[in-house]
Design a protein around this ligand. Sequence first.
Ligand code: ME8
Length: 526
Amino acid sequence: MGRFYITTPIYYVNDVPHIGHAYTTAAADVAARYHRQLADDVFFLTGTDEHGTKVEQAAAARGLGPKAHVDEVVGKFKEVAAKVGASNDFFIRTTDPEHEKFVQDFVQRCYDAGDIYKSSYSGLYCPACEAYYTDENLMDGLCPDHGTVPVHMEEENYFFRLSAFQDRLAGHYRSHPQFVRPRHRYNEALSFIEQGLDDISISRATLKWGIGVPWDENQVIYVWVDALINYLSALHYAPGENLVARFWPASYHLMAQDILKFHGIIWPALLMSARFELPEHLFIHGYLKLGGEKMSKTRGNVMDPFPLIEQYGADPFRFYCLREVSFGQDGVVSEESFKARYNTELANELGNLLSRSVSMIGKYRGGMVPGTGGREPAESPLAREAETKVQAARDQLDEMDLSGALESIWVLVRRLNRYVEEQAPWKLAKEAEAGGPEGQTAKAALDATLWDLAEGLRLLSVLLHPFVPGTARVMRERLGLAAAPAASEGTGTGTGGPSWEDARWGLLPPGLSVVAGPPLFPRIED
Ligand code: ME8
C-alpha cells in the first residue's frame, strides 16, 4: 500500500467557474479514485484562492466588501467540485484563519533564514496575472496572457531571494527528471531557470485584501505566495490524523501551463527556504480551448460546464473531457463534439453493450449468469486481450496518462461489441434448441459467450470506476454484483469503489442475477 496526495490549483474567486476548472478537478478525481482502488492512502485537495487585487477589484465592482464577495462565490466553486463528482477530502479556502496563520509562520521561516529583504520596486505589473513584467516578457507592450496594458507600479516591498536558489533548483530538476511532467514542460521550466532568476517581490503595500506580513503590519503577503502554501497548510488543519506526516510531500500538483512557473520555480524555492521537502511531481495538462482560443475568465470566452452536467450528468462530462483531449496536450472542446462522443461512445458502444448483454442473459438464461460452458475462464478468446488492456491501463494511470488509459479501456469496450457480432448468441440459441450433440455444443458455446460478456462488463466496471464512478456502479448493479461501498462515491477517504485486485479476467462467479434497466445513456436527439 502506497500513499498518494494530489492537489488541484486553488481557483480564483474573481469570477465564476468554467469548464477548465471542472476539467482539472475531474482529472484529479480520476487519479484519486484510481489510487483508492489500489488501496493507497489517498488525500485529494482542492479549494479557492481568495486574496489579491483581482478579487478586491471584482468585489468592488459589485459594490461588496471582499469577504462578502468571496463567501458568495466560493459556493459556486464548491458546487463545481460536487457536480463533477469530485471525492476531494478537503476544500481549502485561503481565508481560513488556520491557513492565514500557517502562511505567516511559513513566511517568517523564510525571513529568519535570511531569504527575504526589503527593497523598492518600480516597474510594470499586470493585475490580472498578479505578476510583474519586464519589457522583454511583454508582447508588443501587452501582457502575453491577457493582452492588456500593464500598469506602472512603484512600491517598497519585501523581496524573496529567488536568485539565490537558481543552482539548487536546476540541481533538483536534473536529479529528478520526473519532477515536472510531461517532458516538454520540464524542459520549459528548466530552461527558464537556466536563463537566470531575479528576486521576486513577495509583499504588497497598496493592497489591503491579503494576509499581513508578520513583521510589518503595513504590508500584505503577495497572493501567489499565500496561495502556493495552501498545499502544505491544508494538511495542518484538515480533518484527519497526522496528515502532514502521512501526505507531505505531495505526490502530484495538477494544473495547466499558465501557472507552471509559479509551481515549478517559486514554490520549490520557497519550500527550500522554509526547509520543507519538495513535491514529487507537477503534472501540467493542456488548455481546453473553445473555438481554438484558450478560455479565460478575464477574456470572457468561457464554456459553462453546469448545463451539460445538469442535463447529462457528471459521468458523461468527465468522460468527454478526458477522452476528447489528450491529457497533457491542448485540445478543442465544444457542445457538438460532446454530443457526438456521447452518442457514439457512451450510448452506442458502452450503453448498448450492457443492455444487449443483460437482455440476452435474461432471454436465454432466465436472467442468471451461466457458467463458462465447461471451459476454463483463461481459455476465453477475450482473456488475453483483457489482461493486456488491464495492464496497459494500469501503466498509463501510474504515469498520469489518463486519456491513454481511457483509450486502452475503450479498446476493450469495442472488442466486446465485436465479440457479440462474432459469436452471434441468437444463432447459438437457435442451434441449441435443435438438441443432440450439436445442440449441446451450441448450448455450451452460448453459456461461454454470455459468461464472457458478463465478465468483460464486470472488468470494465472496475477499470471505468475512476473515470465514470456512477456508471461503473450501475453496471455492477445490473450485473447483480453488490453495489460499491458508499464511501467511494462521496467526499471522504473510504477505500472506495471496486478494488484494483478485481481487475483480473476470470473472477466472475456464475449464478448472479442480472437486472434489466433503462438505457445507461439515452441518446441525445437534436
Ligand atoms: O491560477 N483549460 O487560478 P485560476 C484547462 N488561483 N484548464 C484550465 C483552463 C482551460 N482553459 N482554464 C483554467 C489560478 N484552467 C490561481 C492558482 S494555485 C496555488 C493558485 C484550470 O482560477 C487549470 O488547472 O486562474 C489552470 O491552471 C487553473 O484552472 C487556473 O485557475
